[in-house]
Ligand binder design. Structure first.
Ligand code: TYD
Length: 146
């Protein structure tokens, strides 16, 4: 597995090099001890999204997520308040880890794509930062630890 930090250590792209390609399909594995943190407490999917749609527009205070795109292509734009990067997930051998205090949007590049998210915590609206100005003041003024 190749591990590349996209924005410091708060956004990391994993590219699997373990793909078991057979006549009955491709099995892709992402594995490394401790890379996914301790526990996954929530799994959710976003599908039935029209090409060109952008979702997200928020950051999280504490949540860690693993994002995988199934069937197609979605561009994830990440922003730590100082730097912005676009990462296009267009293959099942890519997974994006996003930690706290990262503003993100997700733009669907086709109609078929679904977003699979593994999340460290159960849903809590209080964990969301949905206002960009508030996000900027948090990342610029607070001494937060990852
Ligand atoms: P949201 O995270 O804002 O979606 P996106 O960032 O993709 O646009 O969630 C959309 C709505 O769904 C919002 O009202 C919160 C609700 N929701 C839950 O109730 N539970 C969950 O686990 C998630 C992810 C969202």
């Amino acid at each position: 597995m190749t591990i590349v930090d996209i924005l410091k250590s708060n956004v990391t792209l994993l590219t699997s090099d373990k793909e078991i390609i057979a006549k009955n399909g491709t099995l892709t594995v992402f594995e490394q001890k401790n890379i996914f943190g301790s526990m996954i407490n929530r799994v959710y999917l976003i599908g039935n999204v029209m090409c060109g749609t952008t979702r997200g527009f928020h950051a999280h205070r504490k949540l860690h997520q693993v994002i995988i795109v199934i069937n197609g292509s979605i561009t994830i734009s990440v922003d730590d308040g100082s730097n912005k990067k676009d990462v296009t997930l267009d293959s099942q051998n890519k997974a994006l880890l996003i930690g706290p205090n990262i503003w993100r949007t997700m733009t669907w590049n086709d109609n078929l794509a679904s977003l699979l998210v593994l999340a460290s915590e159960v849903y809590d609206e209080e964990d969301y930062i949905r206002d960009y100005e508030e996000f900027l003041s948090i990342v610029k003024n607070e001494d937060y630890s990852i």
